[in-house]
Design a protein around this ligand. Structure first.
Ligand SMILES: [Zn+2]
Length: 380
């Protein structure tokens, strides 16, 4: 413990790859924006609003989604608010010791025109999904300049809105040089891509145009959703992926491919995705098998968490050590959607911070076996 600081599980630079911008908004900001826009909220206390937005015990998907109705209508459609939320997000992550973060959101869910249907019962305005992306990019960039960490974004397709997906991939292409690094598919996993070809077409276009891909799969849905994500949507990373373990062949294939799993411990408990007993969490199996995964907050506003809470859970209930924290963060950096040169820089910064010798880089980033070799000789 240092000075007045609370002891944290892993007090070294971290990489976070799975966090939703609209699930990280500060209650104070929601109140502030509502006041400016003359919108009534059920409370004017940040604490009460936070309590309203948070899940305290394992819930259903419907209960989880309900939480967003408390505040999304306040932020959506407001240019200044969207930029501010992105800026404040970077500040929060810098405070949590994150060196590099990929934050995701649906541009359509923050727009109020050229989106069908207009979300959150908003009146039609003049903020398009395209401009939303530009605003988030600007907010993130301003945050990067002030707080000296790197933030990139991932644009989400929503499973129940296949008609938005083509535009999402076009926005990924348009803004690929201004901070957008990938496409994602989020939402209700019971809606597969066979019944909703809009997503498949968008992801095919992503492959064609070199846009990176991650997919929420195997969180609540069965292993077949993971299989579809990998085989049909050509996902390079899996959001959650816990239920991959139910299909042994698939799991072994993904281990062999070094597929990255974006694991969110607290989220997986409160959404009811996993057994609430953390000592039975699928992550333990991932760890034993030296799988490629990261630790992430997902929606810290809804789960009332910080990144440290997720690290602490794994330390307390799953015997995670400093060595494992280093290994998983290096794997997260390697599985990030940064261009190769920036990825190498990020890895070098982690090696420095972790007191590990830099591997001789030959061409691309080194493979996980090299990393394991380095880990075994350089970290205690
Ligand atoms: Zn998520």
């Amino acid at each position: 413990m240092a000075g007045n600081c609370v002891e944290v599980a892993f007090n070294k630079p971290k990489v976070e790859l799975h966090v939703h911008l609209d699930g990280t908004i500060r209650p104070e900001t929601i109140l502030d924006v509502a006041k400016k826009r003359g919108m009534a909220l059920p409370t004017d206390s940040a604490e009460d609003l936070a309590r309203l937005c948070m899940l305290c015990k394992p819930a259903t998907l419907t209960e989880f989604l309900c939480k967003f109705h408390h505040f999304m209508h306040v932020i959506a459609g407001d240019r200044e608010a969207i930029k501010r939320v992105a800026y404040e997000f970077v500040e929060t992550k810098a405070k949590e010791g994150v060196l590099y973060v990929e934050v995701r959101y649906s541009p359509h869910l923050l727009a109020n025109t050229e989106v069908d249907p207009i979300p959150w019962s908003q009146k039609e305005g003049d903020l398009t999904p395209d401009e939303v992306v530009d605003l988030v990019n600007r907010g993130l960039r301003a945050g990067e300049n002030t707080f000296r960490i790197k933030a990139r974004s991932i644009l989400c397709c929503m499973r129940h809105m296949p008609n938005w997906s083509m535009e999402v991939v076009e926005l990924c292409k348009k803004y690929r040089h201004s901070g957008v690094v990938a496409i994602d598919l989020a939402g209700d996993e019971s809606l597969n891509c066979e019944a909703h070809p809009g997503h498949r077409k968008a992801f095919e276009e992503a492959v064609r145009s070199g846009v990176h891909r991650t997919v929420h799969a195997g969180e609540v849905g069965p292993a077949s959703v993971v299989k579809e994500a990998v085989e049909v949507l050509k996902a390079e990373r899996i959001g959650h992926g816990y239920r991959t373990l139910e299909d042994r062949t698939l799991y072994e294939q993904l281990l062999k491919k070094n597929m990255h799993f974006e694991v969110c411990p607290m989220s997986s408990k409160l959404t009811g995705a996993c057994d609430p007993d953390f000592t039975k969490h699928p992550l333990i199996r991932f760890k034993e098998d030296k799988a490629n995964y990261s630790l992430n907050t997902d929606d810290p506003l809804i789960f009332n968490t910080t990144l440290d809470v997720d690290y602490s859970i794994t330390q307390k209930y799953m015997n995670f050590t400093e060595k494992e924290f280093k290994r998983l963060n290096i794997n997260a950096a390697k599985s990030s959607f940064l261009p190769e040169k920036e990825k190498k820089d990020l890895l070098n910064r982690l090696f420095d911070a972790y007191g590990m010798k830099k591997p001789a880089l030959k061409g691309g980033t080194e493979n996980s076996r090299d990393i394991q070799l380095i880990m075994s000789t350089h970290s205690e």
